[in-house]
Design a protein around this ligand. Structure first.
Ligand code: EPZ
Length: 431
């Protein structure tokens, strides 16, 4: 009986080597996704620079192609030609691949006055409903219907003032786009203020839309139904740097007690993380677009960390920090306030010798002297990155399976870590 052979990519990591050198941070996944979706708002040719070549972006590109856009990767940018977008329904199988396809709701409403998506299911880190998106669309005057997992939406935005019940990042971005689909002016209050939302506003303004206030809790959107549907000339846009990628690499450097310079990263957008590092005894030197970090052999616990919407401690850096805190002096409490089940990496860290106890939303980590290399499995994007960091901190070899989760959000993580001296290989292996 011939068994079917499946090939997977695993990371093989030899730990214990301090990471050193210089790293240039890439463009942000969480900017690329809403901005690629926003290329549908007006027909045109867009050149998006510093767009990371990661799984989630490839999934978004497939969605754009399925709607009738043409896309092409060039050396430094991705070119999206959205002039022939003619569909308004996102295929279910593509929706299932990536939650951020929900952004097409807003951009398709601007383009064609109607949109159809499938509810993006939950993921390992939480239920992640889209009720705030849907109630916001209804308050803006759109007709929204659901049938099983399908969500239909059509109409025009009649403008006015809406207040989000919670500063959801995705709902803020989606409703900013949807509010363009009308004649009226809209004020959205209690918005999320993440830097990626400011980047989306930057893109929308660069293609002729009037959006103001992103980065504050009140955003003003001018209805743009009168705006010509198609753009005359190609538009170039440079994406914001990926602050989560930057912090992930920084945790790897600190975890291995190394020293590195990070370029193309503004310290201002990772301020809460820098303060956390400094509380641990990490040395940080920074200027406008650079951060250098180094540390001695012993680090102390940062005490209590609570994940919060920006500018609080980012939930997307929580797993990486947990890995770091497994090998510092003292007790650390990490409270996950954003997602219900974002401790998926805990068991694998314990398997590597970490001392972690979960108590409701709190993870209590007792620092130990060393971690041992093990075979572990990534179960989500940031949890996977945390296991890679633990592997670099551990003694012996660690094999990280499930790397497709990691490749959804990091471009060539193993190459980047290798460029800093990390002993990490991505190997194609049979399962
Ligand atoms: C964005 O997700 C990011 N994704 C996430 O990054 C990030 O963790 C999150 O913001 C918080 O910072 C992208 O930008 C593509 P939310 P999003 O809406 O928009 C609840 C990563 O690792 N909620 O601010 O989905 C929700 O369940 C990813 O890069 C509702 O209840 O986050 C969650 O508990 C993971 N109803 C909380 O709000 C809604 O309609 C925050 O979600 C919407 C959200």
């Amino acid at each position: 009986m011939d068994w079917e052979v499946f090939w997977v990519e695993n990371y093989h990591i030899e730990g214990g080597v301090p990471l050193r050198g210089e790293y240039r941070v890439k463009g942000a996944k969480n900017s690329a996704l809403p901005i690629l979706a926003a290329t549908v708002c007006r027909g045109g040719v867009y050149e998006i620079y510093d767009c990371p070549r990661i799984g989630d972006v490839f999934a978004m590109v497939e969605i754009l192609n399925s709607l009738g856009a043409k896309t092409k990767w060039e050396e430094e940018c991705i070119v999206v030609d959205s002039r022939n977008v003619s569909e308004f329904a996102v295929p279910e199988h593509l929706m299932a691949e990536m939650r951020s396809s929900v952004f097409l709701m807003g951009s398709l409403l601007v383009r064609s006055g109607e949109a159809q998506i499938h509810k993006p299911g939950g993921c390992k880190i939480g239920k992640r409903p889209i009720d705030i998106h849907i109630s916001g669309l209804e308050q803006l005057g759109f007709e929204v219907g659901t049938e099983e997992e399908k969500v239909f939406c059509k109409g025009v935005c009649h403008g006015g003032k809406i207040t989000l019940p919670y500063p959801s990042v995705g709902a803020t971005e989606n409703l900013i786009m949807a509010a363009l689909a009308g004649d009226g002016d809209t004020i959205i209050q209690n918005c999320a203020i993440e830097p990626e939302i400011v980047d989306l506003q930057g893109f929308l303004r660069s293609v002729g839309f009037q959006v103001f206030g992103a980065g504050t809790d009140t955003v003003f959107v001018k209805g743009a139904r009168g705006l010509k549907r198609n753009l005359g000339t190609p538009k170039m846009y440079f994406l914001l740097e990926d602050r989560i990628e930057a912090v992930t690499y920084m945790c790897a450097v600190v975890g291995t007690r190394g020293r590195a310079v990070f370029r193309n990263i503004r310290p201002s957008i990772i301020n809460e993380v820098i303060k956390t590092f400094e509380r641990m005894g990490v040395e940080v030197r920074s200027c406008e677009n650079m951060v250098e970090i180094w540390c001695g052999k012993t680090l102390k616990s940062p005490g209590i960390i609570v994940t919060q919407p920006y500018p609080g401690f980012p939930t997307d850096c929580q797993p990486q920090l947990m890995s770091l805190c497994t090998k510092v002096k003292g007790l650390t409490t990490i409270r996950e306030e954003i997602f219900e089940s974002r401790f998926t990496h805990k068991n694998d860290l314990i398997n590597m010798g970490a001392d972690i106890e979960i108590c409701g939303k709190n993870a209590i980590i007792k620092g130990t002297d060393f971690l041992r290399g093990k075979e572990v499995e990534a179960r989500d994007l940031r949890g996977g990155a945390a296991l890679v960091i633990a592997g670099l901190m551990a003694e012996g070899e660690t094999v990280v399976k499930g790397t497709f989760h990691v490749q959804r959000g990091y471009e060539d993580l193993e190459k980047g870590l290798k460029s800093l001296g990390g002993l990490i290989e991505k190997k194609r292996e049979k399962t």
